[in-house]
Write a new protein. Structure first.
Lengths: 592, 292
């Protein structure tokens, strides 16, 4: 408790102390302080986005330069105080453009775009000044003192740190973390990943632009080579990495030693400066991959060797009580119940929940799904079976929005959802699990379920989402694992965790992709009872399954697929006797 | 009309070299899974090497080509095994590894260009080799550009045939498609990924020597070469050799037209324009995925 108070008080105290530095009347300290605050702010802003999401932006110099040039071009016409928000807006708009172009799709595009951005804007500004305004640089003659710059940067750093702290405990912080771990799973939890990424990038880039605007008056003469110096992007990466990217104090801890070092290097070895910086950087990546602050937990571990590891006791959750619908618990908290969004009418009332019409999907020359149609009624358990490669999982991916069909229509609750992105479909009430479990090994069970409740479910606050998540996990017999990292769970518990995440969306339709596969016989019994209990509550379920025993016991109706086409439909008993189905599964009778 | 043709021919010459550069980079990214941001800096190193040999020993750039290939191969092999493989061993998740490998390549680019900056500073390099006018399609082209263009196409063609027609090439393509599945077919992924990375390094160095034959350059220009090669890779589709050729030619011609008719200061803007178009309209490149 004391320690946490001390930690909370440390930052304001430190900032207050730092605010006193200019009163020392020592120009050297103020100048050094300006560099320090500048790099600390840049590194913090960069780390807020790159740390959790692992999307590496190499364009700090671009946004910084844009901010500096905003001041350089307009300081005579617009009052200084308006220039900061203007720089922020320009930086954010530029970042939003970069983000909307490249962050919609996963992969290297974002990093590549940012890699040359500073160079692009530098060339553009050079061209603009040469051909339009007639000179290469601009003079910035203001009466802003180094002290004022120092204090402005200090305020900005304080705001940035505050923002980073608030973010880390908000739903958006959690969303950024999930994006870094597994973007697709995040989308199926209802996180609008593109929007979250673009907004986070725009806000952090705005901060970087404001740093540029604040620092600009320090140079009395500004030209594109100063403003868009690529070394800047590099230095703040070095700082953030040395300090530890994911850590709150990281950029500050990295900035202090490195800024002093940069200062010395620049004075003594101006020609080999870049080389030394590069070598230093590579050493940091190798020797301190988690940064200086990453060493702290290791040191603590050395000091206290007997810290008990949090591993679930063998078998503790594995074969716990089969989950029974906890009726009293549901009544106690109807608002946060995992199934209260489910239609409570009796099963199989006959209304169509989901209709798939003439669906087709090809991958290159392979037709994965071909002219498939079926309807799923409210409250039923609907099986999709078929040999390996018959297109079952593709159907699931089409329904849940991973793929867009080439042809055909998917209608959910009377509304077409064809081609909608996964996060929208999750929010409409279709939840899924994955054939190969997709969990975030480092995050706790609770952290898996909370976002689904927040983004896709109907929880309004973090607390409400937390209560909902705890409730669902307890219902599934995982109450003991709330704070256990998912990587430490055994297989059936990882599967249960996926189910919990799906249920937290309060789905109207649950898609289970071979949820029983890989379980041992006793786990299988628990698993089937679990699915039965869900059906007992009126949940509509689509079950992809290989196990005929499970299909017979659980499904009300099923279809059989072969080479992307439906070859049979009906009650499992009848379907499994169909000669065509037998042929597909067991092969042709040998005529010879 | 003559100037239009000039722009076209110049653009095609540059485009051929860009296509070659993109082929080397796409091998490194597609097979070794390394986004080599130091590519342009290694290219400049080879170009400087050829220039110095020409200036001090009157050595033809064609001889430099032969000399620089094995050196570049070894350097890239060392970089792969000493830097990137070590990194992979110590990082946990794939995403974390990808993020730190990008940062590492970014650092490597500063090391390579920093070393050259420490020695040469920002001074410009150029030498006149085969500065003979050749009349082609009614336009006049210096022979050195024409030679560079032809050699770029020849090298690219050889690399393509090696990939498509040989057993080793097939193994390398298998790694590109499925690095987890390739070992099941008896392919030593680590070894061949390293060799492919180094082979990409040979192509990069060859491109550097070719460029030194007809263009004035300096050390800070490495970044823009990396960027152009990356944009061509994206436009052509990762791992697609024919796509890279078409995209390289498009980029070269666009650049040349913008330089002539708009402003030489806006060529990078043209490159970015193509990049944005490529990303917005196509996900697998202009020709889809052919090589795979």
């Amino acid at each position: 408790m004391m320690a946490s108070i001390a930690r909370t008080a440390a930052l304001p105290l430190l900032l207050l102390l730092a605010a006193l530095v200019p009163f020392s009347n020592n120009d050297f300290y103020v100048a050094l302080g300006v560099s320090l605050l500048m790099y600390a702010t840049l590194a913090t802003a960069w780390g807020v986005f790159a740390g959790p999401t692992k999307y590496i932006s190499l364009a700090t110099a671009a946004f910084f330069g844009v901010g500096a040039y905003t001041v350089g071009l307009f300081y005579e016409k617009i009052p200084m105080l308006l220039l900061y928000p203007l720089a922020a807006i320009i930086g954010a708009v530029l970042a939003a453009f970069v983000g909307l172009t490249t962050l919609r799709i996963q992969g290297m595009y974002f990093t590549i775009f940012t890699f040359g951005l500073a160079e692009l804007i530098r060339q553009f500004m050079t061209w603009y000044q040469r051909n339009v305004s007639g000179s290469v640089g601009v003079y910035i003659l203001t009466d802003i003192s180094a002290r004022q710059i120092y204090w402005s940067l200090l305020v900005l750093l304080a705001l940035t740190l505050l923002g980073s702290w608030l973010l880390s405990r908000s739903r958006w912080g959690l969303a950024l973390l999930m994006i870094g771990e597994d973007e697709l799973a995040a989308r199926h939890s209802g996180v609008r990943t593109t929007a979250v990424k673009v907004i986070a990038l725009a806000v952090t880039s705005a901060v970087i632009a404001v740093v540029g605007a604040i620092v600009a008056p320090r140079w009395t003469y500004l030209d594109p080579n100063i403003a868009f110096n690529p070394t800047l992007s590099f230095m703040r990466a070095v700082i953030a990495l040395l300090g530890g990217m994911q850590r709150f104090w990281g950029p500050l801890a990295g900035a202090i030693p490195l800024v002093i070092l940069f200062d010395q290097l620049n004075a003594r070895y101006p020609t080999s400066y870049t080389l030394i910086l590069g070598l230093l950087f590579m050493v940091i990546v190798f020797v301190l991959p988690d940064g200086i602050l990453g060493l702290l937990p290791k040191l603590q571990r050395l000091r206290a060797p007997a810290a008990p590891a949090v591993t679930p006791a063998p078998g503790a959750g594995t074969l716990s009580e089969p989950v029974t619908p906890a009726a009293p618990a549901r009544q106690a908290s109807p608002g946060v119940d995992g199934t209260s969004g489910v239609v409570t009418t009796a099963p199989a009332t006959g209304t169509t929940l989901l209709a798939v019409r003439d669906l087709r999907k090809t991958f290159g020359g392979i037709v994965a799904v071909d002219g498939l149609s079926f309807e799923i009624r409210e409250g039923e358990v609907f099986g999709i079976i078929g040999p390996n490669g018959s297109g079952k999982t593709t159907v699931l991916n089409l329904i849940s929005g991973v793929y867009e069909p080439d042809r055909g229509e998917i209608v959910f609750l009377g509304r077409p959802i064809t081609g909608k992105p996964p996060e929208e479909i999750a929010r409409l009430g279709i939840a899924r699990t994955f054939q190969l479990v997709r969990i975030y090994p480092a995050l706790t069970c609770l952290d898996h379920v909370i976002p689904a409740a927040l983004f896709g479910g109907h929880a309004r606050t973090l607390m409400e989402a937390r209560d909902h998540a705890v409730h669902i996990l307890e219902e599934l017999g995982m109450g003991a694992f709330l704070h256990v990292p998912a990587g430490q769970l055994n297989f059936i518990d990882q599967k249960r965790l996926e189910l919990a995440r799906a249920l937290a969306l309060r789905p109207k339709l649950l898609l289970l992709d071979e949820w029983l596969a890989g379980l041992n016989p006793s786990e299988m019994v628990i698993g089937m009872e679990l699915i039965e209990s869900l059906r007992g509550r009126g949940m509509t379920i689509v079950l992809i399954e290989h196990l005929m025993q499970a299909v017979r016991r659980l499904c009300d109706r099923c279809i059989v697929m072969s080479f992307g086409q439906k070859i049979a439909e009906g009650v499992p008993e009848d379907v499994l006797r169909d000669p065509e189905v037998v042929r597909v599964y067991l092969g042709e009778a040998d005529d010879a | 009309m003559a100037s239009l043709l000039d722009a076209l021919v110049t653009g095609l010459v540059y485009g051929g070299v860009y296509a070659l550069l993109a082929l080397g980079l796409t091998l490194q990214y597609g097979v070794a899974r390394i986004l080599n941001l130091a590519y342009g800096d290694f290219l400049i190193a080879a170009a400087v090497f050829a220039t110095l040999l020409y200036q001090h020993y009157q050595l033809s750039p064609l001889v430099s080509l032969v000399l620089v290939a094995p050196i570049s191969f070894l350097v890239h092999l060392l970089v792969y095994h000493l830097v990137f493989v070590q990194l992979e061993r110590r990082s946990g998740s794939w995403r974390a590894m990808e993020a730190s490998s990008i940062l590492l390549a970014f650092g490597l680019s500063f090391v390579v260009s920093g070393a050259m900056l420490a020695i040469f500073g920002g001074k410009l390099f150029s030498y006149s080799y085969l500065l003979v006018p050749v009349h082609i399609l009614g336009s006049v082209v210096p022979a050195n550009r024409l030679l560079a263009f032809v050699l770029a196409l020849v090298f690219g063609g050889i690399a393509y045939l090696l990939l498509v027609r040989t057993r080793i090439g097939t193994a390398i393509r298998a790694i590109a498609v499925d690095p987890d599945g390739a070992p099941l077919a008896g392919i030593d992924v680590r070894r061949w990924a390293g060799i492919t990375f180094a082979f990409g390094g040979i192509i990069c160095a060859a491109g550097g020597v070719l460029i030194s034959m007809f263009q004035t350059f300096n050390v800070p220009m490495g970044v823009s070469f990396t960027l152009k090669a990356l944009v061509v890779v994206i436009m052509g589709g990762v791992g697609n050799a024919v796509g890279a050729l078409v995209a390289g030619l498009i980029l070269g011609v666009t650049e040349s037209f913008v330089a002539r008719y708009v402003s030489p200061g806006l060529t990078l803007a043209a490159v970015y324009g193509l990049f944005v178009l490529a990303v917005l309209t196509m996900r697998t490149g202009i020709l889809g995925r052919a090589l795979r």
